[in-house]
Design a protein around this ligand. Structure first.
Ligand SMILES: C[S@@+](CC[C@H](N)C(=O)[O-])C[C@H]1O[C@@H](n2cnc3c(N)ncnc32)[C@H](O)[C@@H]1O
Length: 462
């Protein structure tokens, strides 16, 4: 069978591929199709055709796989938030483990590494402590809604159809956010609909309402509402804030971030506190953390505690070590390790995160953590005490190759590498491998119903 672009074919999905898509192989030619489960027979239209592979769009499931399960969410066949709800959770974990192992072998060229079974998330719904919803004046209609002439393409607030920046599904019930968040979302939707102000349009750059960010503290069961608008119209957003604060005593903070930036970012050029404090507090283990609207904080609080416990276990500190934490964010790992080490030094590029890290250390009465602001590749060579243990938790793109060389030249006895991207983990471990034994990798699920997987690797100097 010769696969051609824009043509549709009946295909049997035989596996799940890198990036979570279903894989069909008609006459050995790989075709990747989103939202499929191995065993499905589907009708798919080819949207992209390259020399050695193609991508297809699922049109219809002709025969359902016995591995398919009913997703809890009413939007799970359309929304970009979580695309794996149709796969049983245990099976999701098995695929994630294989993804880590295969990345090591195929990208890192490293074989025979011990990759443990994935530590699952508990809960697997209502686990996200932060959600960001986009506003649109012309919401995207679900197929069932298209059949109903009464439903109009008016204002919507929700999540994007995957791969699109302008198609917003009007989400009434998001299953991965704690349920009160859905009530707050609905109140904001109703307020905006009545407000006579349009949603921001990403092409014309006109309109007012941009995003709604909700943060939830698991430990204290409190909420932050962050309304992101293009302009400053205090009277309007203050009225919304007053209504929300009256309706929900659990809301501790209501912020307004204002930005006219053309890219779809939610960080304001100006930030105004409309109600309460400009942060909420969360607990990890026995430590308390301040989280501002724009701070980085791991999005699954319960899994984050398991992740940091694994970091502690691998670091196996005795109280005498100097520890260095590269990419330290708001200081959560240094603070977590503070009573297990002599000293912990964190390096982080975002100024506000470093300010939060110092504040968080003070909040917990910790005096043996120091934080440095700047790009690791500039800061690391200047820092004096040689670390016994290094923790490395880079963003998805992994480590800069200069930083890898700096780490190799400092060569601490032990490295604990935390990664949210198996591909860059494999690439970086390959570079560290000549000097380090990779003892084991522990994958850990922070993101149920998505193909994303967090991993912790233990490296010992040869
Ligand atoms: C995956 S987060 C880890 C944060 C923290 N370890 C945690 O668990 O919350 C990665 C952090 O690296 C920071 N970062 C990214 N590039 C950096 C660089 N070149 N130098 C220093 N920090 C950087 C980001 O701002 C972010 O806070």
């Amino acid at each position: 069978m010769t696969i051609k672009k824009r043509k549709a074919y009946e295909l049997e999905v035989i596996d799940l591929a890198f990036g979570g898509k279903g894989l069909a192989k008609p006459d050995g030619f790989p075709v990747f199709i989103d939202r499929c489960v191995p065993g499905d027979v589907v009708f798919a239209k080819i949207t992209k055709k390259k020399k050695s592979w193609a991508e297809g769009k699922l049109i219809k499931i002709l025969k359902e796989s016995s591995l398919r399960t009913q997703g809890k969410c009413q939007y799970c066949n359309f929304c970009g938030g979580c695309k794996w709800q149709q796969i049983e959770y245990d099976r999701q974990l098995a695929y994630k483990k294989r993804h880590v192992t295969e990345s090591m072998e195929h990208i890192g060229g490293i074989k025979d590494i011990r990759v443990n079974d994935v530590i699952g998330s508990d809960p697997i719904y209502e686990y996200r402590n932060k959600m960001e919803f986009s506003c649109s004046s012309k919401r995207w209609l679900l197929p069932a809604e298209l059949e109903n002439d009464e439903i109009k393409k008016g204002f919507g607030i929700g999540l994007h159809v995957p791969g699109t920046f302008d198609k917003v599904i009007d989400i009434k019930q998001c299953e991965i956010m704690p349920s009160l968040g859905n009530q707050i979302l609905d109140d904001v939707r109703n307020f905006i609909k009545k407000s006579d102000l349009p949603a921001y349009h990403l092409r014309s750059h006109e309109g007012f309402w941009r995003f709604l960010m909700l943060r939830h503290s698991v430990a204290f069961d409190t909420w932050m509402v962050n309304i992101i608008t293009k302009e400053k119209k205090i009277n309007v957003v203050q009225q919304l804030a007053t209504e929300l604060a009256q309706n929900y005593p659990q809301i501790e903070s209501i912020m307004n971030n204002i930005t006219d930036a053309k890219s779809g970012v939610s960080t304001g050029k100006e930030e105004i506190t409309l109600y309460g404090k400009d942060y909420i507090k969360e607990k990890l283990g026995k430590f308390i953390f301040k989280i501002s609207a724009n701070s980085f904080f791991q999005t699954n609080t319960k899994s984050c505690e398991k992740l940091y416990s694994k970091v502690s276990e691998y670091a196996a500190l005795t109280g005498k070590e100097v520890v260095m934490d590269l990419y330290s964010g708001t200081g959560t790992i240094p603070i977590w390790l503070s009573d297990q080490a002599k000293m912990v030094v964190g390096i982080e590029i975002v100024k506000s995160a470093v300010i939060d890290a110092k504040f968080n250390a003070g909040l917990n009465g910790i005096e043996n953590c120091e934080f440095f602001e700047g790009d690791i590749k500039d800061v690391l060579p200047k820092l004096k005490p040689k670390p016994d243990v290094m923790i490395i938790d880079p963003p998805r793109v992994g480590m800069h190759k200069d930083v890898v060389q700096q780490v190799l030249s400092i060569s601490p006895e032990k490295i604990v590498y935390v990664s949210c991207n198996p591909a860059t983990l494999a690439r970086d471990l390959e570079m560290l491998h000549p000097k380090y034994d990779i003892k084991e990798i522990q994958p850990l699920d922070m993101f149920p119903h998505t193909y994303h997987i967090e991993s912790v690797a233990l490296l010992l100097k040869k």
